[in-house]
Design a protein around this ligand. Sequence first.
Ligand SMILES: Cc1ncc(COP(=O)(O)O)c(C=O)c1O
Length: 449
Amino acid sequence: MLDLPPDELRALGHYVWDRLVDRWEGLDAQPPIAPVQGPMAIPPAPDGPSDPRQAIDFLFDEVLPRGQRGDHPRFFARIGSPSNPISVLADLIGTGHNVFAGSWTGGAGASAMELAVVDWLRGWMGMPAHTEGILVSGGSVGTLTALAAAARAKAEDRDQATGYVQEHTHAAIAKAWRILGFNPANLRVLKADPAHRLQPAAIDAAVHLDREAGLQPFLVVGTAGATSTGSVDPLNDLADQAAREDLWFHVDGAYGGPARLTAQGAALLAGIERADSLVLDPHKWLFQPYEIGCVLVSHRGLLEATFGLEGAYLRDTENDHVQLRERGPQLTRSSRALKLWLSVTTFGVNAFRDAIAHGIALAEHAETTLARDPFWEVTSPATLGIVTFRPAHATDEETDAMVARAVADGFAAPSTTRLNGRVVARLCTINPRTTERDIEATIERLATT
Ligand SMILES: Cc1ncc(COP(=O)(O)O)c(C=O)c1O
């Protein structure tokens, strides 16, 4: 029951992999974002069996083409996910084993692998050797996990605790703040400086006022690569300030953190290694398929103190090893480490470093191309693979319409954001398969479509 003969399984596996390789080979000819369609008809659950090939074709042909192709070389919207095929194989291998990475007993191999991969990430970020961490589904859950640990360590009274972010800090922080039971009114959203960075002086002033009002300043969040512009908050200054004011220093490196592997990124991200907690998203700029995020906490034992759990039914799995169920919200959890391990092992760290550097250089190429043409105004310089711009004399409605036309045209997918109260267009160029010509053609078509 619930099985197929081995020969049929082998044939189906080959069929699926062939179709996937066809997809990757043909990606360039597809639109990066499919036109938005209404709801689709999903057939009711059949009582009897049906042909798996037909069902697989339905997924490939009808279901999965609807939406974005975040690995398309001209997907420049929001933050893409330029995945790699080797990691897809690792996910298949892990799922094929139904791997359990929640306890040492349940998955000693997977646990050892995760600890090793988390330690790679720690090392790449320059955090101290005693840092501990866990892989999670992505940046949002990573943020929730990190702030839960921070709250456990430092927030005496969640009603009175205050936090300091800036207008371009990702909404995942406010969401975690709310979910964890902090008072939403006590998250201070400070005005950024002209380079879209958090201003330490603004934090000083707000902390002072909050203390005077009897509140309990608790958290400062530095962003290492803001989603709108790529801007990096002054991490060393924030780390100094957090130490001085006894605040928890959380860094959101979900998208930008991996740039520390490059010389240029390391210079920009100086201070990231001083975080009390740091979130990274390998499913962004480490080229992994969804879902893999990482939380790193530089306080030994704090994750276990926050997420430890006991149950008589777990007695037989208690031992002296790390139990990953105690480092995050999930008990039953699959292995997210396999894909990062297999892809890094296959291609080598230098290939990742070069791929990140390529993304940084592409945004710089976009900026140079835009700056050459007086039709465009560059609204924020190329930073960590993101550049923003708009037609110099356009209204917000015209900029919106230009980007919408480009997406509908199906050649490339830029996106928009708001900067200084204006709508601007935005290219996030982190895909290693994107060429300079892709960038130039996208900018040409934006001006003319
Ligand atoms: C800076 C930053 N933080 C957090 C997140 C949220 O991450 P996720 O979408 O993986 O939950 C994102 C997503 O783009 C991001 O860019």
